[in-house]
Design a protein around this ligand. Structure first.
Ligand code: NDP
Ligand code: GDR
Length: 395
C-alpha cells in the first residue's frame, strides 16, 4: 500500500498516546481515516497536552479519537481494552523511555517496557486475535549499546548498556518469538533517536533548545549537560511515525532499522541550536570531564533570530548575554553509569523494501525546535513581566 492512500476506518490502538510519538502517530492515523484508540495513564494532573487538539467530546457520535485509562503494568486492564476494541493494529509505544531514569527505576522499567510488551502479545493470543491484530513494537537503537559495528543494521549484534535497553531487548525478542511461535503479524521498528518540538524536556535535544531559548531571553542563566561527546543519529519524529505505520502495511511482518544515516555529537547539537539563536559559542576545551566549557561571543547577535521570528526587543535581548558569559556547563550528575557513546543507523532495508526515506533534515529539525521553544520562552517572559511566577525546571 502506498504512503498516500486513505484507509477506510481501520481501528488502531496506541499505547503511549500521550507521548511524543503517540501524538504524531495519532494525528497521522486520523488523517488516514483510522478510528484511533489510545491508552493514557491516570495522573493527578492533566497529562494529555500533546493530544488535546485531537480531543472530541465523548457525546460526539462521529468521534474517531477515544482515550482509555490503562497501564502497561496491569494485565487485566490491557485484556479488557483490547477485547473491547478488537483493533486491526496495535502500536506499543508506551514505555519508561528515559535511559538515565532507568538506572534509578530498573525494576519498574523492566515491568513496563519488557513485561508490558509480553502482556499485550499475550492479550492478542488469549483473545484469539492472532489473525486480526497486527502488532508494532517500539524497539530502539539502544539495543546496540556498546556498538559492535558502524553503521548499525538489522544484523548488528545487540549489547544493551542500561536497564532500559535490557528491558527493550526482552521486548524485541518476545515480539520475534510470538511472530514465530503463534504466527502473529508482529514487527520491531528499531528506531534511532527522533526528536521534535513535542520531545520530552529532559531528553538532551529538547533540554538544549528549551534552555538556550530561555537563556537568550534572560529567563535562565546556564545549561547544565553531561557527556557532550556522545554521538547520535537524530531524525524527526514525524518521519519516523510514518514508517511505523508503513511497517504494518506489508504482506509479511519484518523488523527494520529506522534512522537517517547521519550523526552528530551533543556538542554539535548545542552549536547548531545556539547558531539558530544567533549565539556564537567559543568552546573552552574538549572532553567530558571539564567543568565550565562554553563562552558566548559575538555582539551582532539577537537583532533578528535565524528562526524567522522577529525578536521585538533585540537590543534588550542582546543585553542578556554578555560576551564571555558562560552559558553551558558540565554537571557530572548527567553522566550515566554506562554510556552509549555512538549510534549511527543504516536504513537501507527500510528504503529498499518499504520505500521509506526521512524528509526532514537535521538543520530543519533544530530550526523547528528552536522556533517552538522561543515562542514558549516569550510566553513565559510575558508572564514574568506581568508578575506571575514561572516554572524553572532545569533537569
Ligand atoms: P515518551 O516518553 O514521549 O512517551 C512514552 C509514553 O508512554 C507516554 O505516553 C507515557 O505516558 C507512556 N507510559 C509510560 N509508562 C507507561 C505505563 N506503565 N503504562 C502506560 N503508558 C505508559 O516516548 P517517545 O514517544 O519518545 O517514544 C515512544 C516509544 O518509542 C517508547 O517506547 C520509546 O522507548 C521508544 N523509542 C523512542 C525513541 C525516540 O528517540 N523518541 C527511539 C527509539 C525507541 P505519560 O505521558 O503518562 O508519561
Ligand atoms: P538517549 O537520549 O539516551 O539516546 O535515549 P537522551 O537525549 O536522553 O541522551 C542522548 C545522549 O546525550 C547525552 N547527554 C545528556 N542526555 C540527557 N538526557 N541530559 C543531559 O543533560 C545530557 N548531557 C549529555 C546522553 O548521555 C546520551 O549519550 C533516547 C530515548 O528516547 C530512548 O527512549 C530511545 O530508545 C533512544 O533515544 C533511541
Amino acid at each position: 500500500m502506498g504512503d498516500g492512500l486513505q484507509v477506510d476506518s481501520k481501528t488502531a490502538l496506541i499505547t503511549g498516546i500521550t507521548g511524543q510519538d503517540g501524538a504524531y502517530l495519532a494525528e497521522f492515523l486520523l488523517e488516514k481515516g483510522y478510528i484511533v484508540h489510545g491508552i493514557k495513564r491516570r495522573a493527578s494532573l492533566f497529562n494529555t497536552d500533546r493530544v488535546d487538539h485531537l480531543y472530541k467530546d465523548p457525546h460526539d457520535p462521529d468521534r474517531r479519537f477515544i482515550l482509555h485509562y490503562g497501564d502497561l503494568t496491569d494485565t487485566s486492564n490491557l485484556v479488557r481494552i483490547i477485547q473491547q476494541i478488537r483493533p486491526d493494529e496495535i502500536y506499543n509505544l508506551a514505555a519508561q523511555s528515559h535511559v538515565a531514569v532507568s538506572f534509578e527505576s530498573p525494576e519498574y522499567t523492566a515491568d513496563a517496557d519488557a513485561l508490558g510488551t509480553l502482556r499485550i502479545l499475550e492479550a492478542i493470543r488469549i483473545l484469539g486475535l492472532e489473525k486480526q491484530t497486527r502488532f508494532y513494537q517500539a524497539s530502539t537503537s539502544e539495543l546496540f549499546g556498546k556498538v559492535q559495528e558502524i553503521p548499525q543494521t538489522e544484523k548488528t549484534p545487540f549489547y544493551p548498556r542500561s536497564p532500559y535497553a535490557a528491558a527493550k531487548l526482552y521486548a524485541y525478542w518476545i515480539t520475534v518469538n510470538y511472530r514465530e511461535a503463534y504466527g502473529l503479524y508482529a514487527c520491531n521498528g528499531i528506531l534511532f533517536n527522533h526528536e521534535s518540538p513535542l520531545r520530552g524536556e529532559t531528553f538532551v535535544t529538547r533540554k538544549i533548545t528549551r534552555a538556550l531559548a530561555r537563556i537568550a531571553l534572560g529567563l535562565q542563566d546556564c545549561l547544565y549537560l553531561g557527556n557532550l561527546d556522545a554521538k547520535r543519529d537524530w531524525g524527526h519524529a514525524r518521519d519516523f511515525v510514518r514508517m511505523q505505520w508503513m511497517m504494518l502495511q506489508q504482506d509479511e511482518p519484518d523488523d527494520f532499522v529506522i534512522a537517517t544515516g547521519t550523526q552528530h555529537s551533543v556538542r554539535e547539537f548545542v552549536q547548531k541550536a545556539a547558531s539558530e539563536l544567533g549565539i556564537g559559542l567559543a568552546w573552552q576545551g574538549e572532553g567530558i570531564n571539564e567543568t565550565g566549557v562554553v563562552d558566548t561571543v559575538d555582539e551582532k547577535q539577537f537583532t533578528r533570530l535565524n528562526t524567522g521570528l522577529n525578536i521585538r526587543r533585540g537590543a534588550e535581548i542582546s543585553g542578556q548575554i554578555k560576551p564571555g558569559k558562560k552559558v553551558v556547563s558540565i554537571d557530572p550528575r548527567y553522566f550515566r553509569p554506562t554510556e552509549v557513546e555512538t549510534l549511527l543507523g543504516d536504513p537501507t532495508k527500510a528504503r529498499d523494501k518499504l520505500g521509506w526515506e526521512p524528509v526532514i533534515s537535521f538543520n530543519e529539525l533544530v530550526h523547528e525546535m528552536i522556533s517552538y521553544d522561543i515562542e514558549l520562552a516569550q510566553r513565559d517572559e510575558l508572564c514574568q513581566q506581568a508578575g506571575f511566577p514561572i516554572l524553572n525546571h532545569l533537569e
